[in-house]
Design a protein around this ligand. Structure first.
Ligand code: SR1
Ligand code: MG
Length: 405
């Protein structure tokens, strides 16, 4: 890592100019630093002559949003390796990589800015009818084909070793599974939400216990190679396709964490409409769309996962009566429970989401946050009672009816 230095915009241009075959010699390159995430630098470089463009993502040696928080740059290696595996398994559902530079801790990759970051699309009230089918393909393929159901056990354990990603896991252990459930210093709290947290939320001993049980599962269940941060800000989308990016949190963890991230982030958007100036008709229609999407994500995921199992699982696994059903019920419960934690952390913890923080009136924001917290809590507490996704949808509808009454 001897020659590492964070690039300036000019150095980013020089870097890609020196890459063979990327831009032509007479390219008129312009660079903008467009990183709006929590951790990294992101350079967008365009050739004004041809409109051809690329992205450089470079790790800093600290958390971008908290300069005093050091972080190893090796996360780029995890991201690159996981992208490579996901690319092969899903046949191109991640951005194309043009170069990985270990020394500079950067990846040069396909520019997908003609697509939309899904979170922004949902905030704008866009609908994506193909999303459930697309993300269920990504999830079922990556989670099945990296698991012990399919892989040679020795190779799988090599992979587990290769993907030991302690620093990024620690961020999740703290920010998703620990800090939001007490008055931790790292939390980022809307003052209008604080009374609810102090008087009610932080007194919920059962909730804190169940979240800690899920945290243990996150720390110990090396089930599949998971993306590790699959929120709607990690998905580029348009009406035809999705591309999943930002894989630096990848490690061998519980499959339900990825499925839960998708569901939890759809729930965050669902809750956010409480604080927005939209008609009741729009709100109901859009919320129904979000619940249908959640239902379809799970049902399509389950159908595809079962078909991969029937086709490609180890022979002996296929002969165990009832194992497939038991596996999928457990996975549904893990997904909803972990999705609940992902929902709650974005209301209280360090890193929030624009769906809720875009509500400027802090009282209204608190109302939407409390609604999200109630759904998140139910996801954790009631997860063990779920036998299909319809059970979960009914829980959300019930909490919504109480909210609207
Ligand atoms: C300090 S990093 C905060 C969050 O940003 C990433 O997107 C992850 O969600 C992480 O928890
Ligand atoms: Mg990220």
């Amino acid at each position: 890592m001897g020659n590492y230095k964070p690039l300036t915009k000019q150095e980013a241009i020089e870097y890609v100019r020196a890459m063979d075959g990327l831009f032509s010699d007479n390219a008129d390159l312009e660079c903008k630093e467009i990183g709006d995430g929590n951790l990294n630098l992101v350079f967008h470089i365009i050739d004004k002559n041809s409109d051809q463009s690329i992205i450089i993502k470079q790790a800093l040696d600290h958390v971008r949003i908290v300069e005093s928080w050091p972080l190893t740059k090796e996360r780029v290696r995890f991201e690159y390796k996981a992208m490579d595996i996901q690319d092969k398994i899903t046949n191109g559902m991640v951005p194309k990589v043009y170069k990985y530079d270990d020394e500079m801790s950067l990846i040069v990759m396909e520019d997908l800015s003609d697509m939309t970051v899904m979170r922004k699309g949902l905030i704008a009230g866009e609908k994506y009818p193909l999303f459930a089918d697309q993300i269920s393909t990504f999830l079922s393929k990556t989670l099945f084909y990296t698991s012990d159901l399919y892989m040679d056990p020795k190779e799988k354990k090599e992979r587990v070793k290769e993907f030991i990603n302690p620093e990024l896991c620690k961020i999740t252990e703290d920010l998703v599974f620990t800090d939001p459930y007490y008055d931790a210093e790292t939390n980022n709290i809307n003052p209008e939400l604080r009374p609810y947290l102090e008087n009610e939320f932080w007194k919920k001993a059962e909730l804190r216990k169940e979240v800690t049980i899920l945290k243990e599962k996150f720390m110990t269940k090396a089930q599949s190679l998971i993306h590790g941060d699959l929120h709607t800000g990690s998905i580029f989308i348009n009406q035809e396709a999705i591309k999943v990016f930002d894989t630096e949190f990848a490690f061998y963890g519980p499959s339900g964490f990825d499925i839960g991230a998708v569901i939890g982030n759809l729930i965050l958007n669902y809750a956010s409409w409480t604080g927005k100036k939209v008609s009741r008709e729009f709100k109901n229609d859009y919320r129904n769309y979000l619940l249908d999407t959640i239902k379809n994500v799970w049902n399509k995921f389950e159908m595809k996962f079962r078909s991969f199992w029937d086709k490609d699982a180890h022979k002996v696994i296929k002969t165990v009566d009832g194992y497939q059903d038991a596996y999928l019920t457990q996975l549904l419960q893990d997904s909803i429970g972990m999705g609940g934690c992902k929902t709650m952390r974005r209301c209280i913890g360090l890193a929030h989401v624009e769906d809720l923080d875009g509500i400027e009136d802090l009282k209204k924001r608190a109302q939407a946050q409390i609604f999200a917290l109630k759904i998140g809590e139910a996801m954790v507490i009631l997860r063990k009672e779920l036998s299909d996704i319809e059970d979960f949808i009914k829980i959300v509808q019930k909490i919504t009816d109480q909210e609207e009454a």
